[in-house]
Design a protein around this ligand. Sequence first.
Ligand code: GLP
Length: 240
Amino acid sequence: MAEVVIVKNSRAAGELVADAILSLVASKKNAVLGLATGSTPLPVYQALAERAVGTDFSQVSGFALDEYVGLPASHPESYRSVITREVVEPVGLVPERIRVPNGATETIETAGADYERAIEEAGGVDLQILGIGTDGHIGFNEPGSSFASLTRVKTLTERTRADNARFFDSPDDVPMHCITQGLGTILRARHLVLLAFGEGKADAVAAAIEGPLASILPGSAVQLHPHATIVLDEAAASKL
Ligand code: GLP
């Protein structure tokens, strides 16, 4: 059952979710955070950076949802770089405690299972932050992804590559493949917090929350979760 919270703007959403993270960390020093990339979670990380002064993150760990395959970790648009730049450094998380799926081609065959093991060994994710793609993908689970899927390599759709082309010099530079936590992995997190802002997300949000459960609508997997919070601005909620 998903709880839907409609807020005034993305800043208010960021503050709300940052406060939820801070109260989690206050009650559980070794909390495990599920981190997402994209523009949507940025207000959360900004609010967290502002409000976390004095918070002890020394035992907090984090797992990113996904990574491009074949992009060097040092590339500014690798999700390793993005997570470091946008979350780890501003918030003051411990870099060694933050994992991102390993997109190196040499080890790609075992990278998915390795990542699943690491999440399990950390005790599972307490709070998973999620955005949603315009085609309804979460993480990089594109339409057609199994609800039971675990971390694995996927091919990006043309639409997602086009959406993400803004981060690269040329659309052709957007990698073709990614490694992403599966929908099954994401559903194991104890609390899901999905954020969406703007009219461009309204269809994906309506399908995720009110549409039928269908692998063609990966976001609809959140309906299976016992503790999911959906934080929207009015535009993203306009088709509910
Ligand atoms: C990417 C990420 C997703 C994210 C989505 C939406 O494809 N892999 O995790 O939710 O984009 O991005 P944005 O928040 O920038 O709209």
